[in-house]
Design a protein around this ligand. Sequence first.
Ligand code: SF4
Length: 180
Amino acid sequence: MTKPKVASDWLAGCAGCHMSLLDIDERIVTLVQVADLRATPITDLKEPDETGVAVGILEGAVNNSANEEVAHRMRSRCSILVALGDCAVFGGVPAMRNFFPLEEALRRAYIETESTDENGKIPDNPELATMTRARSLQEVVPVDIFVPGCPPSADAIFYVLSELAQGRKPVLKDEKLSWI
Ligand code: SF4
């Protein structure tokens, strides 16, 4: 039997959600029995390079035009799109800067923050001008499944992926929004 393809990619965030995916540890053996993991942190491919992906997973908020492109590309390639983690679900950490004008956020990041390596100057990078407002994934493309948490637990990720790979819809188990 052909196993459904599963692929993931990053938008703006800290990659912590993908680290949590890696924490499924030895349960990867169970997962690869039901899913063809194409581009995930486990397979080390950077991004899905093909169509016909059954389950696409996106972590992070949409923070600039490059993120928007990735979101549309993943949506067009997969049947079920999963928003993984709070940044993807509602904007999370990247969306905190929405409370400030872009110029102020850039000034704080590059001029007033001591850890910067940009010599106290805002970089001359046209991409920065596209960072108008951090958005949740669903503000940009239709999303089928939301997995909140910062990051979601490895147990929750494993449960959701296992169910989807086997053609079942994962269901929340109780009023605490617990998956397992
Ligand atoms: Fe990082 Fe949390 Fe955002 Fe995931 S939800 S990318 S762990 S900040």
